[in-house]
Write a protein that binds this ligand. Structure first.
Ligand code: NAP
Length: 233
């Protein structure tokens, strides 16, 4: 898919941070962007900004990625608006840092439901049509925490290791189908997810991750960029 203009992308977690930046960037490339997150109000702001920007267009579809019926409804609304879904960016995620010893099981459930099940629900809802068409691109926003673990990131890292496993398995499952799979592993990015964590260097901007998405999407159709890891210097 060298030319993105007129193609359709669903971006999950598009109300904030990295997802918002990816949505803006894909619209600038001329894509139709379907914005998903729980916050209808924040999504409406992004939708309005994109639709008044002059290139590409957006629709907002409030969605809970932890709820499979909500994810199916999202994909159905995308098809109703634009007929086919060419790209799914699985970006919605939660990072609730803490040790396993602290026993916050409700936070584990929430991260597992959004970060792992949400990715699978998204893939499940778009994949049959992509396979039938012989084209499509799944991009999963993983993390360097999907490659490394610290003492306060055990459960978050477990979810992000799972995202990488899903990407790796899908790449093998989908070989020769025409459907591409890209796993993107950012280091620290300046978004609300980082909270008030203090940093001693310039960290990544969300736009740096959007650049990586466009790089993977604009390769020739036979080129599958499987893994991109991006850290601040
Ligand atoms: N920031 C970093 O340093 C960093 C580094 C590596 C990887 N990442 C990954 O990048 C992704 C985006 O994170 P971010 O930094 O941009 O964080 P963010 O600004 O907090 O954005 C998270 C997004 O996920 C959405 N979301 C959360 N739960 C959801 C649910 N149940 N259903 C639908 N949407 C949901 C949020 O929207 P609502 O609250 O409106 O639902 C929001 O749009 C995450 O997967 C994160 O793990 C971030």
């Amino acid at each position: 898919m060298e030319n993105l203009s007129g193609k359709t992308a669903i971006v999950t977690g598009a109300s904030s941070g990295i997802g918002k930046s990816i949505a803006r960037r894909l619209a600038k490339e001329g894509m139709n962007v379907v914005l998903a997150a729980r916050s209808a109000e924040k999504l409406a702001d992004v939708e309005e900004e994109i639709n008044s920007g002059g290139s590409g267009e957006a629709i907002a579809v409030p969605t809970d990625m932890a709820d499979q019926s909500s994810v199916r409804a999202l994909v159905q609304q995308a098809r109703n608006a634009y007929s086919a879904v060419d790209v799914l960016v699985n970006n919605a995620g939660q990072m609730l840092a803490g040790t396993v010893r602290s026993g916050k099981t409700n936070e584990w459930d929430s991260m597992i439901d959004v970060n792992i099940k949400g990715v699978l629900y998204g893939v499940d809802a778009v994949l049959p049509e992509m396979i039938q068409r012989g084209s499509g691109h799944l991009l999963n926003i993983d993390s360097v925490s999907g490659h490394e673990v610290t003492k306060t990131s055990t459960v978050y890292s477990a979810t992000k290791f799972a995202v990488r496993a899903i990407s790796m398995g899908l790449e093998k499952e989908l070989a020769r189908t025409g459907v591409r799979v890209t796993n993107i592993s950012p280091g620290m990015v300046d978004t609300p997810l980082m909270g008030s964590r203090s940093v001693d260097r310039k960290i990544l901007d969300p736009e740096n991750i959007a650049d990586a998405i466009v790089y993977a999407l604009t390769q020739p159709a036979h080129v599958n960029v499987n893994e991109i890891t991006i850290r601040p210097v």
